[in-house]
Design a protein around this ligand. Sequence first.
Ligand code: ADP
Length: 199
Amino acid sequence: MKTAGRQKKQGKIFVISGPSGSGKTTLLNRLTQDKEIGKLLIKSRSLTTRPRRWQERDGRDYFFVSPGEFKRLLKAKKILEWTRYLGYYYGTPRGEVEARLKKGGHIGFCLDLKGAALLKKIYPKNTVTVFVLPPSLETLKARIEGRSRSTDKKEVAQRLKLAAQELSAASDFDYCILNNNLQVALKELKEIVLTHIAS
Ligand code: ADP
């Protein structure tokens, strides 16, 4: 006898976006380390061809790959979405994401504007987008400089130029969070995630 199996509800996607240095990675890392949320939400790890920063670990923060490997994965359709930023490729591995969503698990992403829009388009019903705003461009500059050990002035200037353009996209997002005080921003993000997980 066949039983009418109830289809499992798909997991939710939380996309944290915003300019470089606004604090997306810090917020999502803290959120997935939270006692309550950590059990419910995993962070999607992106592939990147950019060099590893001193505090980053391969397989934890990113999968660091060569441009050749990135192109091979892209051709094999193993990358869900990708972008090129300041000469480097960034992409989301497809397999892990699709398997987790199917099982009803939730995933958090740190993505650029293009990636956020694409995920919303692919998964319109279960994607929640959050834009992280820096308190000011001066603070953003200080955070970008503070994060990097190198004093590549050209790269900082490029990131700031793009950041100024990206800020105008904030209104396209479901939520906007001001990342001035980290604890306050984290609390806001946690509330958004818990509300949508419960719905
Ligand atoms: P993004 O992922 O958006 O590029 P990061 O999370 O790497 O940004 O944050 C950039 C830098 O700013 C990091 O060194 C981080 O520790 C710092 N930072 C993030 N949020 C805050 C905050 N609220 N107050 C002070 N420093 C912060």
